[in-house]
Every structure is written in structure tokens, then in C-alpha cells.
Design a protein around this ligand. Sequence first.
Ligand code: SF4
Length: 297
Amino acid sequence: MQINLSQFAGFCDGVRRAFETVSRLVTEDPQADTFEYQRKKMKKPVFVLGSLVHNQDVVNRIEEKSIKKISLEKLENSKPGEIGTIIITAHGIGPRVYEIAKAKGIDLIDTTCPKVIKVQRLARSFVKKGYNLILVGDKDHKEVKSIYEWGGGKALVISSEEELQAVNFDPTQKIIILSQTTQSQDFLKLVYDYIKKKYKDVEIIDTICMETRQRQDELKKLAERSDAMVIIGSTESANSTRLYEISKKINPKSVFVSRVGELDDEFFADAKKVGVTAGASTPEWIISEVIEHLSKI
Ligand code: SF4
């Protein structure tokens, strides 16, 4: 069986940067001095706001190093001194968290991906200019919530065709379309085409990240030329789920697993070529375990 691993599988730059920052802060390696100054001066206790990535294995590894996850609600209700430092994940946060941290004297280690910051700024700026903002993305995703907050809570978030068909803006107002950085290119195009037909003053800034684009394009090619496809990622991860949906449309023999133990060898019985990709939150060690197992079938 030939196994083809996508060159764009696994952590994206933003997630890798966040994971490496946290790993260096908690390292016990005496040789690793890069962050020593920061480690020493870090106000304790340290928490991550939400999951660092949408992958339980990664979260567990970080928690083993005594950096626990904290919810926004707990942060809001915390008493002075209960929280020393908060790590902000690559998905970003809205302005409210910065205000809470400042008011409570909590330090921040901010790993928000620069590309997400760009979308946050665009949202704020277009809403200020009076545009109706359409944000193509998953309502409950942290990144989308952060962009929504920077847009003053005025964005219309669209994640399905039903929501798209329900759009009902004043036809005289300008519309700007932005998107979550990991959205499907096909869905963003569908939204733009639909809105453009219905309204006359529509602008779009395609804020899908280049890495997402490359990951999706590569997946489509792999799915076409493979007998079976394996998508590795957590079901909590919206971008991994989206990869699976794209793959399944092209190659019905696609399977979605979060770790090696979920692979069923029988599934690959007639497969000569197997394509493998992984979501932006899937760590290298899980991908390696899956590849190793597949190569033994
Ligand atoms: S997918 Fe999102 S978090 Fe990852 S590099 Fe792109 S913009 Fe940054």
C-alpha cells in the first residue's frame, strides 16, 4: 500500500507558534534558556484561556506541566491575585479580555496569530466606517467570536446556506465580507456570489489564510488520486471537520480519526494508494503514529 502524506498536514504556523511558546515556558530542559527570563518573571499561577488547540492530546500535555485551562467566565469572576498570567491562544480574543486583565492586574502572554489580528482590525475598521459586516465562519469558534467582538458585536455570522438565504440588509448600505481564516474556499465563494447578486454595493476581502488554502487544494488533489483518504484531527476542530467534508465529497472512501487507535485496518483492504492529511491543530506525533500504523497494514 502506498501512503501519500500531504505536505500541508498538521500544525499551521499560528498554532505551532502558540504551542512552541507554551512548551518553552514550561520546559524542564536546563539547556533551553531562550525563555528563561520570561519563565522566571512570569506571574503565577499561569492559565491558558480555553484550549490552546482543539486537540485533547495537546491540552493534556500542557496540563501535565501544570498550566491549566481556564474559561472566560472563571476569568471574569476571579478575585485579584487568583490568576497571575493568562496565555491567549492563536485564535485571539475580543477587547473585553484585555480590559478584564488590565483591571485585575493579570499579565498576558498573547500568542494571537498575526493573520487573525489582521481580520480583527479589518472588522473594527469597516464597522466604524458604517459597513454591514458579513463574517463567514462558525459562530461558536473562538476566532470568530474574537473577530465578532472587535467588530463591536455588529457582524452577521454566516455558517450555512440557510443563514445566507435569510440575509436581509438595507439595500442602500454597503456590505463587506470577511471570513474566518480556516473557512472553506468553496463556501466563501458561494456566499460572495449570492450576496453580489442580491446587493449592489458589496466588497470582499478574502481573509482565508494561505495555509488553509494550500491544505484544502492539496487535499482535493490527494482525494482524487487516492483509493482511500485518512483525515486526522479532533471532532472539536472545525478546520479538521471541514477537511473531512471536502475529502468525503471527492472520495467517499474517506475516514476521520483523532488518533491511531481509531483506524480500522479492514477499511483499507482494497486500497493501493492512501492519502493522509491532518487539521491545523493536529500535532506531529499523532500524524507519525498514524503513518507508522498504515505502513504496517
Ligand atoms: S490557520 Fe489561522 S491560526 Fe493558523 S496560521 Fe492561518 S491564520 Fe494563523
